[in-house]
Design a protein. Structure first.
Length: 171
């Protein structure tokens, strides 16, 4: 399933560029993906689309200038956000593994994965069939969440998400 998702991410930059499911299914079959993998990926994508529909997207830059930033300037809101904790259930621990959770925690700590996006990533991770997920699978899920929301991660975050350490020349 993750190979199909990677193909979709690489070939249809931004969720809006992606064709409707029947056309996408035909394209994926024509490329040579296994039928079961295609169906699993399409169901996963459709569920991602439904789940992402409820996520609040950041306002456009022009709207930011007109919007009062009360919560952003409120020190108690910042303090509350800094002290929130996500407790993993046993199935979530098994699915993510220690390396996966550390990576997601890192993204949250640097502000690249806000709480609502983290919950969307967790929901999509739990919707996959693999147990445990590889770190590359988790990175792809994060990329797909950004993709479904029509957002581009920060360049350094994107570099981290697309990093393939085994193929580095120097470490």
């Amino acid at each position: 399933m993750f190979e199909v998702l990677a193909f979709v991410y690489e070939n249809y930059w931004g969720g809006d560029a992606c064709p409707e499911l029947p056309a996408l299914q035909r394209k994926l079959h024509a490329v040579g993906f296994d039928s079961q993998e295609v169906v699993a990926a399409l169901v996963w994508l459709e569920d991602l689309k439904s789940a992402a529909h409820g996520v609040v997207r950041p306002p456009a830059a022009s709207a930011l200038a007109e919007t009062p930033l009360i919560a952003a300037n409120d020190s108690s809101a910042k303090l509350l956000a800094a002290h929130t904790m996500r407790v993993l259930t046993v199935p979530e621990q098994n699915r993510l593994g220690l390396a996966g959770w550390r990576f997601l925690n890192f993204l949250c700590a640097i502000g690249a994965l806000p709480q609502d996006r983290l919950e969307l990533v967790m929901e999509r991770a739990m919707a996959s069939a693999d147990d445990p997920l590889s770190l590359e699978d988790i990175k792809l899920i994060v990329l797909m969440v950004y993709w479904s929301l029509g957002e581009d991660p920060d360049a350094l975050v994107l570099d981290e998400l697309c990093d393939n350490r085994p193929f580095r020349l120097a470490s």
